[in-house]
Ligand binder design. Structure first.
Ligand code: G3P
Ligand code: CA
Length: 259
């Protein structure tokens, strides 16, 4: 249920701000390594398709990750690139195409590009969902869809919304009180902690090549979860587990053995 009373809002914010994680950091509770299926299980099935998300769940993920854009008719479609060229048999920009046109395309093995609601219907609370805001103006639609699913019995903790586009995350925080935010970054992270504090982030999602012991411990010390992307090789997975990451994204999520 969406929080209404002050008490509900406080409880929800405590979750969003990761206070449970801070308790874990202080040794009062153990946290498990979170297995995240990158674009589903894209090492095995066509990325960001229902088939891929189904496979990830079959492989025992705790969370699936997906990317969203808006199409011309306003639906929230699950696709990584701003164009359909790489992942389907069509051509063109997602934002210039109506949902009906997109649905005619083959996204691999006969799969169709799903809308976010179709993915959530498939997942049906069996895993958490990391929604990455790839396209512009996706914050508000994502917040609306999450709100609707929370009203229908989904635990708000089952959602993390992330983005490289920090303005989009600011907008998401403005319209989604208390939901979990994950901050993505690539090379430059000078303002990372200021920004993560500003939007009351739950987690920081670190590219594998930047996942040093110092950075991971700094992030954890500041009370954020650390999820590393995209880790596919067994030795790299073991390495980031030893460094204390809280979880990782993988194209082969079955390789993310639990500690
Ligand atoms: O969210 C982690 C990862 O998915 C970010 O990179 O390009 O795979 O969306 P990308
Ligand atoms: Ca992504």
């Amino acid at each position: 249920m969406w929080p209404n009373t002050k008490k509900e809002k406080t409880a929800w914010l405590n979750t969003a701000l990761g206070k449970n994680h801070r308790a874990a950091k202080n040794g009062r509770q153990m946290s498990k390594f979170i297995k995240i299926g990158h674009r589903g299980a894209m090492g095995y099935e066509p990325e960001n398709t229902l088939r891929s998300f189904d496979k990830a769940i079959e492989l025992g993920v705790d969370m699936i990750e997906l990317d969203i854009h808006l199409c011309k008719t306003g639906e929230t479609v699950v696709i990584h690139d701003e164009s359909v060229d790489r992942t389907t048999n069509g051509q063109g920009l997602v934002g210039n195409m109506e949902l009906g046109e997109l649905k005619l395309l083959d996204a691999g093995k006969g799969e169709r590009i799903p809308v976010l609601e179709e993915v959530l219907s498939l997942v049906n609370k069996r895993a958490a969902v990391n929604i990455e805001l790839k396209g512009r103006e996706t914050a508000q639609p994502a917040a609306d869809i999450i709100r609707q699913h929370v009203s229908n019995g989904w635990n708000p903790e089952l959602f993390i919304v992330s983005s490289f586009d920090w303005d989009e995350l600011r907008e998401f925080r403005r319209c989604a009180f208390g939901n979990r935010i994950g901050v993505l970054f690539n090379n430059n992270y000078d303002d990372l902690f200021d920004f993560a504090g500003e939007v009351a982030a739950y987690s920081i999602h670190v590219p594998q090549e930047k996942a040093s012991e110092d950075l991971i411990s700094d992030i954890k010390r500041r009370g954020f979860k650390v999820f590393v992307w995209t880790v596919n090789e067994k030795e790299d997975i073991e390495k980031i587990q030893k460094l204390g990451a809280d979880g990782a994204f993988s194209n082969f999520p079955d390789r993310l053995a639990t500690r």
